[in-house]
Design a protein around this ligand. Structure first.
Ligand code: PMV
Length: 326
């Protein structure tokens, strides 16, 4: 009853921020993401009759109790589906920085879902896996799939129609991404807490929710037609709209630092001079630059040389999550 899986991080081009149900973790808006190739979580799950509780090792260390309890609650869903009672030893490693806006919960819960389902011997469809992963973290539902992915906005109170589906695989349009790291600190406010604050206090919250469906359908078209300017404009708009919502929350959710802003300004300057490059930013200070196929390499050095930038990672679109042999 042991299995190991790998799942890759994803970044949203049309953002998810807000929940229609906090208990079942149902998003208040749909979203569209790209799965990335070089940043991933590898997780093994070993269900074992000798254990008296679930034990989680994260990046080489026993995890904090709160984290371990969250994972244990998630594994209860798998145990219920598989009709088993055993606890598990979980070993999870990210090949990148955890907890600073680089979507570790997305790849983390997607890898946990795939490994735990396989270890428990349950044979379920990718959509069912996406529904399970969503209950660990909303964005994890998208990391089940590779390439271009849409997270549906469901209607059902039980969340049975809240799952991700693939739009196109990673070979459809091999965009490249530069991840510009501007801080190594863990983020102060988690996305779940931030989403609660925004829903309760941000004056634009209802308009944010209402305007999302239009962004989703336009983004789907931009991906299908490989329209880079449209994709980039929409991605920046969705990102800035989300951060405007965060900034207008009480207390304000300010995830950027001065280098984040400097990189944004630089991208706008580059575009004026004819370079096609767009950005997106999640709940953290790192900036993800979206580049046309073959263009990221020459932009990398330019951002590496900017003061305040700690590191730049070049990556491409990545595959679906899956079990690996060890
Ligand atoms: O899945 P969560 O709860 O970590 O929320 C992700 C929220 C954003 O990364 C800010 C946006 C998104 O759509 O990924």
């Amino acid at each position: 009853m042991k299995s190991t899986a790998i799942a890759h991080i994803n970044i949203a081009l049309v953002k998810y921020w807000g929940k229609r149900d906090f208990l079942l973790n149902l998003p208040a808006v749909g979203s569209i993401s790209i799965t990335l190739n070089d940043l991933f979580t590898k997780t093994s799950v070993d269900f074992n009759t000798d254990l008296s509780r679930d034990i989680l090792y994260l990046n080489g260390q026993r995890a904090a109790t709160a984290q371990e309890n969250r994972v244990s609650n998630f594994l209860d869903l798998i145990r219920k589906t598989a009709d088993i009672k055993h606890y598990a030893k979980i070993i999870s490693n990210n090949n990148f920085l955890t907890g600073s806006g680089l979507a570790s919960s997305a790849s983390g819960y997607a890898a946990l879902t795939i490994a735990a389902a396989d270890a428990a011997g349950i044979d379920i469809s990718p959509v069912k896996k996406s529904i399970l992963a969503r209950q660990g973290s909303g964005s994890a539902a998208r990391s089940i799939f590779g390439g271009y992915v849409e997270m549906k906005l469901g209607n059902n109170p039980d969340g049975s129609d809240d799952y991700a589906i693939p739009i196109a695989d990673e070979n459809h349009w091999p965009l490249e991404v530069l991840i510009v790291i501007t801080s190594n600190d863990e983020k102060a406010i988690t996305s779940t807490d931030g989403m609660k604050i925004s829903a309760q206090t941000a004056p634009y919250y209802n308009n944010w929710v209402k305007s999302s469906a239009g962004d989703i359908s336009q983004m789907r078209d931009a991906i299908t037609n490989k329209d880079f300017t449209k994709l980039g404009d929409l991605a920046e708009h969705s990102c800035l709209k989300m951060h405007a919502l965060m900034l207008s929350s009480v207390p304000p959710l300010i995830y950027w630092n001065e280098t984040t802003m400097k990189v944004i300004n630089h991208i706008h300057e580059m575009r004026k001079k004819g370079t096609a490059v767009f950005f997106t930013i999640d709940a953290g200070p790192q900036i993800k630059l979206i580049c046309e196929p073959g263009n990221a390499h020459k932009l990398k050095t330019e951002f590496e040389n900017m003061s305040g930038v700690k590191k730049v990672i070049l990556t491409s679109l990545g595959p679906a999550a899956g079990v690996i042999e060890e």
